[in-house]
Design a protein around this ligand. Structure first.
Ligand SMILES: Cc1cc2nc3c(=O)[nH]c(=O)nc-3n(C[C@H](O)[C@H](O)[C@H](O)COP(=O)(O)OP(=O)(O)OC[C@H]3O[C@@H](n4cnc5c(N)ncnc54)[C@H](O)[C@@H]3O)c2cc1C
Length: 388
């Protein structure tokens, strides 16, 4: 399989890298108190990053998943909070709107995503059910040419500043998964409120969201039949983008660790001369490269959405790999690694998000395990998974 990055991709990543290294790296600590990385988002809009998932007819560049992975990886190397903010614009919510929204909403919202004026949020998690989507209680009633939405969502990123929210809700009277669909809610809608309620260990805050008799045109109900299946296919994209941030954080941590190995002395020599620490660095690199291979392969596995099992495996591996790698980077720094003097503790805290958001690693293992056990062809021994 050919993983070579094209000249265009390389050139674009180089532009992103320059901005990240020159500006974002120094600013990263500013956003640890929940401050929105506005300045960085404006720069990302200027260099074309925020329009990556927007089709060309709405002013974006309509780039693929691998392009987006490469860019998020670059931002992740320096600033978790900015990478997460960018994910909101290049990730699943933009892709759901581009794929399923009516033309009027696409024309209104998507060009503003490209310029960074429209922030998007996705509302799935509820106080009593996160992973368990079929148990969601938020409900959308259809009344003639209007819909009325009621419910509570929690742990939602940027909901208080969003121009449009993609909301998973019950959309018909069917029980369980069959009843789940999607409604698009403008941030200014009457009856909608969002409050920054939780500060995370990564730095950003998360919101509690209430829909209290929010009345909208019927066209805002974008997925009614077979909604959950279609929404979750779109989510396979997120399962490549979330690990891209983790991959970047692991790479940023390795870079810092190697720098420290070269600079710090103990027992009359540089600590990078100790074989035990060189092996640590070597193992960190091997894990990063293994994660990169799995992730890039998943990213090119399907269009518009990647293969579910490959995306799940890439996400599980990169989420867990980056926890190990960033933790080892702290170890290499000794006691200073545990302080705010060096960025490695920040990388470790940020990457802890990966295995929780966008499908927990437990539920993704369920997905991979189910395919593996249930879909093997016993006659030929061929596994029910996409393999070489
Ligand atoms: C930084 C951050 C940003 C977030 N942003 C958003 C956002 O923008 N929008 C949004 O909707 N949500 C967001 N979330 C919420 C996130 O998506 C949920 O936390 C996640 O889906 C898990 O749901 P939960 O917290 O309710 O955990 P639960 O679903 O209650 O799970 C608890 C534990 O049980 C495990 N578990 C559950 N079911 C199974 C099973 N069948 N088999 C094995 N194990 C299982 C889980 O893996 C987990 O370990 C965010 C979370 C974080 C940390």
């Amino acid at each position: 399989m050919d993983f070579r990055i094209s000249e265009e991709q390389r050139a674009f990543v180089e532009v992103v890298r320059r901005v990240c290294q020159k500006d974002f790296k120094a600013r990263a600590v500013r956003y640890l108190d929940g401050t929105w990385p506005d300045e960085n988002m404006k720069q990302l809009a200027e260099i074309g990053v925020l329009g990556m998932a927007v089709p060309q007819e709405y002013g974006g560049s309509g780039l693929g998943i691998l392009d987006t992975v490469l860019v998020l990886e670059e931002i992740g190397k320096v600033c978790y909070v900015t990478a997460m903010a960018a994910l909101g614009e290049v990730g699943v919510q933009t892709r759901i709107i581009s794929t399923y929204a009516p033309e009027s909403i696409k024309r209104r919202v998507l060009p503003r995503v490209v310029t960074g004026e429209a922030i998007l949020a996705i509302c799935m998690t509820e106080p009593d059910a996160g992973t368990d989507v079929p148990s969601y209680k938020t409900n959308c009633d259809i009344k003639g040419d209007r819909v009325v939405l009621n419910g509570v969502k929690t742990l939602i990123s940027r909901a208080d500043i969003a121009e449009m929210l993609v909301v998973f809700t019950r959309v018909n009277k069917m029980p369980g998964a069959a009843g789940i669909g999607c409604v698009l809610v403008p941030g200014g809608a009457k009856g909608f409120s969002a409050k920054a309620s939780y500060h995370t260990m990564g730095g950003e805050y998360l919101c509690e969201v209430v829909f209290d008799n929010v009345e909208l045109p019927l066209e805002n109900l974008v997925l009614r039949d077979n909604g959950m299946k279609r929404l979750l296919s779109a989510f396979n994209t997120q399962r490549c983008l979330n690990p891209a941030i983790c991959l970047g954080l692991a790479e940023g941590a390795l870079e810092e660790a190697v720098r420290y190995l070269r600079e710090r002395s103990a027992f009359g020599r540089k600590i990078g001369d100790f074989q035990g620490l060189r092996w640590k660095a070597a193992d960190m690199l091997i894990e990063i490269e293994a994660g990169r291979g799995l992730l890039y392969r998943a990213a090119v596995s399907g269009d518009p959405f990647p293969d579910p099992a490959l995306a799940a495996m890439a996400k599980i591996y990169c989420n867990e790999m980056s926890i190990r790698v960033t933790s080892e980077a702290i170890q290499v720094h000794g006691g200073y690694g545990f302080t705010d003097e060096f960025p490695v503790s920040r990388f470790f805290r940020g990457t802890r998000y990966g295995s929780l958001g966008g499908g927990t690693t437990e539920t993704l293992r369920n997905l991979v395990g189910r395919k593996l056990v249930e879909q093997m062809d016993l006659a030929t021994g061929v596994l029910g998974m996409r393999t070489f």
